[in-house]
Design a protein around this ligand. Structure first.
Ligand SMILES: Nc1ncnc2c1ncn2[C@@H]1O[C@H](COP(=O)(O)OP(=O)(O)OP(=O)(O)O)[C@@H](O)[C@H]1O
Ligand SMILES: [Mg+2]
Length: 274
């Protein structure tokens, strides 16, 4: 054991870094369109309905959730509301009906800042790094809510993403797409989150870099940090998903384990290219 929680392979069920929430139970088979996760999930956006400002509802009874030790993946066509669902869970959207709960606590009314303080880490789809700041300054920004010494966490992030240590004094804007995504994930890890939300962490990277990023994400999940992530690379993402959601037009269309969704003929035909 290296003593590094991002490195040690302690199995997917080790939730020592997180608070143990309830155990998610499969309540519906894929294709039913109902939520599969019980009300006791560690992080849950539960039957959320809402939209931007006073605009029309984008989400309709949409449920996404993740439990300790899990990677939950959200897939669906462009404009399906995947990012909107993530923003709703993070508090950037009016949730007109439904609720968001973290570790049993109703946080529907909290600001995003307060949710970070409660242990949520969020990497948005766009503008997720400060391009004119160095890699290290980006990581320091990530630690903005911490009052304690965060150098140990920074060392862990550098262990997880060694290239970032090499480039720590370079402006983040000079890095490749895959490296920028590492900065964004690293920044989110600096708060020592209890749950990590990633919106398309592999957007715009080559298949090889995508595989590498997925490996690092699995590594983070193994430390016990549950991961809720949106992915454009649906097939590859469902392969590593304990739980998958297919969203269509702001609604849950299919829900199941990654394996179940990959095996579902309807899901394959409509969303996975056959
Ligand atoms: N800031 C915004 N204000 C108003 N409407 C928005 C805003 N952002 C997104 N929308 C609308 O919400 C709907 C869902 O968009 P969203 O970005 O959540 O989809 P997505 O599934 O993440 O798509 P993609 O795969 O392209 O990332 C779209 O109709 C979009 O036009
Ligand atoms: Mg999106």
């Amino acid at each position: 054991m290296s003593g590094n929680p991002y490195k040690d392979d302690r199995g997917n069920k080790d939730a020592s870094i997180t608070k143990q929430g309830g155990v998610g139970v499969l309540e519906s088979r894929p294709g039913t369109g109902k939520s599969m996760s019980s009300a006791s999930a560690f992080l849950i956006g539960d039957t959320m309905t809402g939209g931007y400002g006073t605009g029309p509802d984008i989400l309709h009874d949409c449920t996404i959730a993740v439990d300790p030790g899990e990677i939950a993946v959200i897939v669906g066509p462009n404009g399906a509301g995947k990012s909107t669902a993530m923003k709703a869970v993070f508090g950037m959207l009016n949730v007109r009906q439904g609720s968001v709960r973290l570790d049993g606590e109703d946080i529907t009314e909290l600001t995003p800042q307060d949710r970070v303080a409660k242990g949520m880490g969020f990497v948005p789809q766009t503008s997720n790094i400060f391009t004119s700041m160095t890699v290290e300054e980006n990581l320091e920004m990530g630690a903005f809510i911490r009052r304690d010494d965060f150098r140990g966490t920074m060392a862990q992030v550098y262990d997880l993403f060694p290239i970032l240590k090499e480039k720590r004094n370079q402006p983040a804007g000079e890095l490749s797409g895959g490296q920028r995504q590492q900065v964004a994930v690293g920044r989110a890890l600096m708060t020592q989150p209890k749950v990590l939300m990633l919106d398309e962490p592999t957007a715009g990277v080559s298949p090889i870099v995508m595989d590498e990023l997925f490996d690092r994400i699995i590594e983070v999940a193994r430390t016990g940090i549950p991961i809720l992530m949106v992915e454009q690379n649906a097939r590859q993402a469902l392969e590593i998903a304990d739980k998958g959601y297919v969203l269509v037009q702001g609604r849950n269309a299919y829900t199941g384990t990654g394996k179940e969704l990959l095996a579902d003929p309807e899901v394959r035909k409509s969303f996975l290219g056959g």
